[in-house]
Design a protein around this ligand. Structure first.
Ligand SMILES: Nc1ncnc2c1ncn2[C@@H]1O[C@H](COP(=O)(O)OP(=O)(O)OP(=O)(O)O)[C@@H](O)[C@H]1O
Length: 338
């Protein structure tokens, strides 16, 4: 595996480069690191992966892999393995043949016995070894995606690039594969750049999360740093369930907001509640999600959502007192004030 560096990578599309998809991204991924790029639709995540893979050419900036500049190198010469969102398997081939395919290129000159050993090893890793002789069309969606991931893993490239590989799966399977992928990455010591708009995937798998917005890398850090110490409103709003509450300064009179504060960000852990006749807020409704309950609160005309404390017995219409403990403060421009 290898480290990967992007320096000032920029890419535009459209007439006269009207649409800047990736805008001056600097990113250094260490050997063996799992980096997740998180961002909404159109943020430039896929384009960033494609630029590393050599499927797109940057307008400016450079990509290097293992210290080697990649400019002018075709995808096949870059030593990367790409897993796409949709399992792109060869339908007429068995699982075994699909897994063996990347190893059979004449340039590799790999012995048949070595190919066989590697295919079986990876099939075990992605838990598809019981279906090696099945046609790939005779598999469930989750199994197909395991094979697609396995087909990348049979190779030992410098970096694995994965573009929302779990997004087409149902929630349960996604949860399982998420854990497995993390386990496999650790086992292999693989360098992995993974793109998603699913915050849970980012939080659970990443060594570091990079937040992308409108082609820019807005912040990069450990999941904990990105969650607890967001650089701006955009980053704060990407993580946390329920979403962070964004309150106008002045809504609560005695919050020690620093000068210049425009918005206060309050997550569940920043909100203290108690049942109280004559309290400043009112329970609007309680949303039961099974594993957690969301408490919808109204404070004047402002709506807030927080996780309900299971020990706090409240019903819609109850008055409660609401105060904030060490919330996050943001200025006029949306940047965090500390
Ligand atoms: N080949 C292309 N031609 C024209 N515009 C493109 C092309 N590829 C990407 N774009 C535009 O560049 C921007 C970034 O696209 P990109 O696919 O990288 O976003 P993304 O973050 O991966 O989004 P998603 O989560 O929807 O996959 C979008 O506005 C997209 O429409």
């Amino acid at each position: 595996m290898a480290d990967v560096t992007l320096k000032g990578i920029t890419k535009s599309f459209g007439k006269g480069g009207a649409k800047r998809a990736v805008d001056g991204i600097d990113l250094a991924i260490a050997d063996g690191e799992f980096v997740v790029l998180l961002g909404p639709t159109g943020a430039g995540k896929t384009t960033t992966l494609r630029l590393i893979a050599g499927l797109e050419t940057p307008d400016a900036g450079m990509v290097s892999i293992g210290g080697r500049p990649m400019a002018g190198l075709a995808p096949a010469s870059r030593d990367v393995a790409f897993v796409f969102q949709q399992y792109s398997l060869y339908p007429h081939l068995t699982v075994y043949e699909n897994l063996a395919f990347p190893l059979r290129s004449p340039a590799r000159r790999m012995e048949a016995a070595a190919i066989d050993a590697r295919v079986r090893e990876v099939a075990k890793m992605v838990r598809i070894d019981h279906k090696l002789e099945n046609r790939s069309t005779r598999l469930s969606g989750g199994e197909m995606q395991r094979v697609a991931i396995g087909r990348a893993l049979v190779r030992r490239p410098s970096i694995y690039l994965m573009d929302e590989p779990l997004s087409s799966l149902d929630a349960k399977l996604r949860g399982e594969l998420r854990l497995e992928l993390k386990r496999i990455q650790k086992e292999l010591g693989a360098t992995l750049l993974y793109v998603t708009h699913d915050q849970i995937e980012a939080m659970t798998m990443a060594d570091r999360i990079g937040i992308l917005a409108e082609g820019r890398l807005v912040q990069i850090g450990t999941p904990r740093e990105i969650y607890a110490d967001p650089a701006n409103l955009h980053v704060a709003a990407r993580l946390g369930q329920p979403h962070i509450n964004l309150l106008p300064v002045g809504l609560l009179p005695d919050v020690p907001a620093p000068p210049g504060t425009k918005t206060i960000g309050a997550r569940t852990e920043h909100i203290a509640l108690a049942r109280e006749e004559g309290g400043n807020a009112r329970v609007d409704w309680i949303e039961h999600l099974g594993d957690q309950n969301h408490l919808h609160i109204k404070l004047d005309e402002q709506k807030l959502v927080t996780l309900a404390d299971p020990d706090m017995a409240v019903s819609p219409g109850d008055r409660i007192s609401l105060s904030l403990r060490n919330p996050l403060y943001f200025g006029q421009d949306g940047q965090r004030l500390v």
